[in-house]
Design a protein around this ligand. Sequence first.
Ligand SMILES: *Cc1c(COP(=O)(O)O)cnc(C)c1O
Length: 226
Amino acid sequence: MMKVAAKLEDIKEQINQACGKANREPNEVRLIAVTKYVSIERANEALEAGITDLGENRDEGLLNKWEVLGDKPVWHYIGTLQTRKVKKIIDKVEYIHSLDRLSLAEEINKRANRKIKCLVQVNVSAEESKHGLPPEEVIPFIQSLRTFKNICVEGLMTMAPFINDELVLRECFRKLRKLREQVQALNLDFAPCTELSMGMSNDFAIAIEEGATMVRIGTALVGEDE
Ligand SMILES: *Cc1c(COP(=O)(O)O)cnc(C)c1O
């Protein structure tokens, strides 16, 4: 297995290139290493290589790694979050990328003792996979979060369809960016909505060209297993 440091160099180069194409600065893109498939050792190797942000999609995965790595990385919870799991992870994470329903917002607000940075997950491509809100429900949903003092809507998140069609991917990322503009136009103090969390191993370059401010990269950066 290739060292994370070598893969990181390669990914940074691709990020630079994508930023160059889109007239953006590389420091506008936060790289999140998704460690859900790999060991604590591998996650630690990523931190030693200079990664600052880790993403996990299961509560066990996050807690196991947190036991050892603690607050060294900034933790992102990127997976479907069951309401009853919120209290286990809430003190450990800085960002939750998968806010998609009111009951989850209520629980986060109730369990948190500080503001949690949330991204609203959007099912832009309206795929069968039910995760994320349909685009037309996003604005009313965000408006309904007004009274939750522990929730700040930092941005929107999506997972593009698993296909290789660049045009379809681009369209998906563009739609999320358009939606962000609509939210920003509302000027809500609890929803600055500056972030676009989009782009994974297979499509992060396109996502960056279309405005991603956070990319979530697993396989291409830390591998799939040991
Ligand atoms: C697993 C996962 C990723 C990373 O996927 P890779 O294809 O391995 O880069 C990104 N986002 C979410 C929500 C994930 O579950």
